[in-house]
Write a protein that binds this ligand. Structure first.
Ligand code: UT7
Length: 362
């Protein structure tokens, strides 16, 4: 039997921190409301494009695996905030890395994109099509945000992380997964202004309006993540008590707590970093996984559960067996270019650009 072991991991968070207090200077909101309803205290705003974040995260993941870019056969990039729709995000990363032997594809299932990408790459390794894959999850969502809408502007942030998968005969990597989509509710989260249907309208592409039914998404997210988690545990005959760590999608602390209660997960076994980064969509689960490793929360041979949901409404859960090594083999010296602006300055200029575009439609 072939498995797809996780042998490398790396993250890249842009340095500019946008606090709840910063947001309160832009929108009618306050720290107390945001923290009590979501658990979020701050998030990152990127001064560079997604390709740059991914290049740093992927370089770190390759170094952690002790591999070179030419060792990689496949790049699967999970995102919904591509720098360009054509050509795809994965090909830009391939070129940047010099991973010229790799096939390169994107996966877009919104916040679950990293985990759907993990399933895709795992299946291609297990079927023998490729030996080594780089799986990336990341977003630069801040340029696509409606900075006048407090319902959504407080929730999201930018960030990226990557893992390396390698074929193995040892039982590890993804052991079971359950993927699904509650498409009847796909209208609960729509970013208007991002697709070809808007290209012939009197509006600028990229100037977005968010349709967002927070409470409906909340309820369906808890249901989808809980049911997917129960399904993968049952498929492997594993009880919640046998899990070493749960690394859930981090959209809202209350969603994570509700899922933990329904699935019977002990709070101390559930990793959270939503207070630091908010919801980074496809970047959330891989960044949390990397930080769990950095904080020594993943034991050798540990059993992990990764539940998530996203627009669509897609949902999933993955049961993952970690390998023997929980420390990186090497470290990359690749860094982001320096950021000369504060997060608030970056957001102010994005908001001003949006306001000017709205005031003068094409
Ligand atoms: O990956 C998919 C991403 N989607 C999600 O993660 C969404 C999941 N949903 C949620 O996380 C929650 O539903 C929210 C955090 C979005 C909202 O929390 P809530 O407890 O459902 O609040 P609510 O929508 O019921 O709003 C309560 C009140 C409203 O005022 P009234 O009508 O009671 O007077 C809102 O207008 O809070 C108001 N409100 C705010 N107040 C201050 C809404 N947003 C804000 C805000 N600051 N940012």
């Amino acid at each position: 039997m072939r498995y797809a072991a996780v042998t490398g991991w790396g993250k890249c968070l842009p340095p500019a921190v946008l606090t709840n207090a910063d947001l309160a200077t832009l929108l009618p909101t306050d720290d107390e409301w945001i923290v009590s309803r979501t658990g979020i205290r701050e998030r990152r705003i990127s001064h560079v494009r997604l390709e740059e974040l991914a290049y740093v995260a992927a370089s770190r993941a390759l170094a952690a695996a002790g591999l070179q870019p030419l060792d990689i056969d496949l790049i699967v990039f999970g995102t919904c905030s591509f720098d360009d729709q054509v050509p795809n995000q994965a090909s830009g990363l391939q070129l940047r890395l010099g991973a010229m032997r790799a096939a390169a594809m994107d996966v877009n299932t919104a916040c679950t994109s990293f985990l759907y990408a993990l399933s895709t790459a795992t299946a291609m390794i297990r079927s023998g099509v490729v030996q080594r894959a780089l799986v990336v999850g990341g977003e630069v969502i801040s340029p696509l945000m409606d900075w006048t809408n407090r319902n959504v502007a407080i929730l999201f942030g930018d960030g990226c992380a990557a893992v390396v998968l390698e074929a193995s005969d040892v039982e590890q990597g993804v052991l079971a997964e359950k993927l699904g989509c509650d498409a009847a509710a796909r209208g609960t989260l729509v970013i208007q202004g991002m697709g070809s249907r808007y290209a012939d309208c009197q509006r600028r592409l990229g100037v977005t309006d968010w349709v967002f039914e927070g409470q409906e998404i909340f309820k369906r997210a808890v249901l989808g993540m809980s049911e997917a988690s129960a399904a993968v545990l049952a498929a492997q005959g594993v009880s919640a008590a046998e899990l070493d760590l749960v690394v859930p999608h981090q959209a809202n602390l209350r969603i994570i707590e509700a899922v933990a209660k329904r699935v019977g997960l002990a709070a101390e076994r559930v990793f959270t970093n939503v207070h630091r980064y908010g919801n980074m969509s496809a970047g959330t689960v891989p960044v949390a996984l990397v930080e769990a490793l950095e904080e020594g929360r993943v034991p050798a041979h540990g059993l992990l559960l990764l539940p998530a949901f996203g627009a669509g409404l897609t949902w999933c859960a993955h049961l993952l067996r970690w390998g023997a090594r929980v420390t990186p083999l090497g470290v990359s010296d690749v860094q982001l270019p320096p950021c000369t602006q504060t997060a608030l300055q970056l957001v102010q200029s994005l908001a001003a650009r949006r306001a000017a575009a709205v005031a003068s439609p094409v």
